[in-house]
Design a binder for this molecule. Sequence first.
Ligand code: URP
Ligand code: ZN
Ligand code: ZN
Length: 473
Amino acid sequence: MGRTLIRGGTVVSSTGRSEADVLIDGEKIVAVLAPGSAIFGFDVAASADTVIDATGKYVIPGGIDAHTHMELPFGGTAASDTFETGTRAAAWGGTTTIIDFAVQSYGQRVFDGLATWHDKAAGNCAIDYGFHQIIGDLNTDSLQAMDGLLAEGVSSFKLFMAYPGVFYSDDAQILRAMQKSAETGLMTMMHAENGPAIDVLVGQLLAEGKTDPYYHGIARAWQLEEEATHRAIMLADLTGAPLYVVHVSAKQAVAQLAAARSRGKNVFGETCPQYLYLSLEENLGAPGFEGAKWVCSTPLRSRAEGHQEELWQSLRTNELQLVSTDHCPFCMKGQKDLGLGDFSKIPNGIGSVEHRLDLLYQGVVEGRITLERWVELTSTTPARMFGLYGTKGVIQPGADADVVLYDPAGHTSIGLGKTHHMNMDHAAWEGYEIDGHVDTVLSRGKVIVDGNSYLGAKGDGRYLPRGLSQYLI
Ligand code: URP
Ligand code: ZN
Ligand code: ZN
């Protein structure tokens, strides 16, 4: 790998931008220099093994997607991207780190679930990866196991207020887990939807013959997201647990998070590109069974109710702190079609891991967020939130050389046969046009994407043990 100089670009961080050259030695960034610098008379460019011309490009820290589900067994099938295909697609889109969710299934021990995830990922990833732990069976043994998670580099766990009979935890279980979270500093991540109430509505809608994908969004009403978000916040308040609410889609849930944050609580929230762009009416409500492509939970919300606009605003005002994908792809044929005639049997999830940087960059183009906020939402905050900052999420000496050259003069057409490398038979983002392009991607100093060529390899990615959230004192 040797020494690489990225020369002539605009380095963008969460706090500003400047014309600068980035010097990489092996896997690490060793200097960020004024353009064309000679250090003590030493010609940096002449001593580099490789010089990458970044003229006209933004030079940003590699994206960190803090919420993915590669190979997740779910809804009678499994997410269609493996760690190999999913991380390669992520790399194409400028994401150089994922944090995936290891699963403890019902009846399984926590560390057996974690070991299974290590087996799935090891030697297969194109980019670096870490794990959160799903606690799907919260019992005395699981609570004890949680004491050992940090030593394994897992500093966060996810609970579900939804999906009774699968991953669901009741309030008593949540309370106990949050007590553990307060004690250990592990971040409690919450899927905040009232699952038992949703199941009643699902049964009633199906009994009325309302079986289309659209009714997935009706059953999972925003009131049930707001209520669960509020309940999670209050349980976190009582126990002192740090709380991170995943895949927030309802503007009312954002208001709950904002209110808790204004009271000084350690409460955080993410949203996902699908909730910023897509809607109940246009997508879940597409003709026939088409809407199945966009069945995910929490669901897409009504545009008429204005959720999408409020979510964009909450990203600007830091009511929500970051954007992950919740990448959980399923093909239409053989997977989503399990729910033909019964929306509740459609596997939940959308594939987006490749497009997060592009989709959010379009928000910069359209004046919704600044360039710096784009970097913050997609890289710097995920790193800080999940204990990776310094190594990841920033271009500075000592950091891993995960660097993306983003071309604001380029263009990306998303869709099958255009830009789409995920293992899916459809593109949830078909037809989206982006006024920018991921040009070059380096992962720990190695160029893995160069224009339209993929130069990486299966097994390039390493496991990333994580520390506690760097937002907590
Ligand atoms: O629809 C979704 N979100 N599928 C993945 C599982 C989850 O709840 O995150
Ligand atoms: Zn979830
Ligand atoms: Zn998820």
